[in-house]
Design a binder for this molecule. Sequence first.
Ligand SMILES: *Cc1c(COP(=O)(O)O)cnc(C)c1O
Length: 370
Amino acid sequence: MTNMYHETVLEIHLPHLTHNFKYLKSKISAETKFMAVVKAAGYGSEAAPVAKHLQSLGVDYFAVAYTSEGVELVQKGITTPILVLHPQPTHFKELVTHRLIPSLYNLYVLKEFIQFCTSEGITQYPVHLKFNTGLNRIGFSMDDIDACYGLIRNTKAVIVEGILSHLAASEDLKEKEFTLGQIKSFQTIVSKAPSLFGTIPLVHQSNTSGILNYPEAHFTMVRSGIGLYGFGNDVKFDKNLKPVTSLKSVITQINTIKKGESVGYNRAFVANKKTISATIALGHADGIGRIFGNQKGFVWIHGKKAPILGNVCMDMLMVDVTAILCSVGDEVIIFNAHHTAASVAEISGTISYELLTAISPRVKRKIINR
Ligand SMILES: *Cc1c(COP(=O)(O)O)cnc(C)c1O
């Protein structure tokens, strides 16, 4: 089959996104709200069209990591509230200008935000408070509870719309005891919120694997990233989900390599017999790292595996097509819904999250609506 794009393309299959959203919704109660995590360009897809599609499906909230990611969504027409998980004080002005909701994660950031709002004459700005229950990344510690709640009690600048925490090992059932401990700590944190705050509307701790493995951690909202993009961190969940992105490329040249000749930089592959190689328009600058070189990784051509020969170049890689009848212009699959990004990631000792988010902006994105 020829590649209809004649270039490398990352397809974004919106119907798969719909399927995954519905599947994840079926795992939570009707009252539980759903926050879609669209940070890092929608896990390497394209944030705005993905967010627009989820908005049309009725998602309750979005999350991004940084203020700039939220600003982009607002500028592209997203009207659903957006939580910024890891804002820095230097971007508070932009954040409030775009009505983004900050997750405040330590006393320093909380004080800075209160001070910022006070100096701008802003009152009652909704915020979420992020607590550390064991991941030890960002978040108020358990010891900060009184100081944190005290600061908020004494200011009119902010109101607490949400309280959150993040699970460290929700996909790993060997860590069940640890996770249950995190859930318990979180319940304590929420229960200590002063009655002055009223009922906190949005209490959230679960990521995708929390949704799938810990119903007791759903609280009033859940946050899903990887599940929406089609991965459940476990084969038993993966089979119910549909990977959203397909990475396709194209054969740009076919070479016959004689016995003793080599392919690519540093002559890393030397043919011990006549070999047919195909050059593919994709390299480490596109997100397929050198780790996949030297037969570790492979691509699919006409449904057959073609191992990568020698070193992956910046813009190209060469594969062995000795056993595959193919031509220049033919389609090459790096990953899709059948040959999944999770299985490709595993070859290089990483996880779907990293491979997906590594696909560089140079690769053209193509939205598939059906
Ligand atoms: C990235 C992130 C998520 C999404 O996690 P998935 O495992 O992709 O569902 C949820 N919460 C926080 C705080 C995150 O940083």
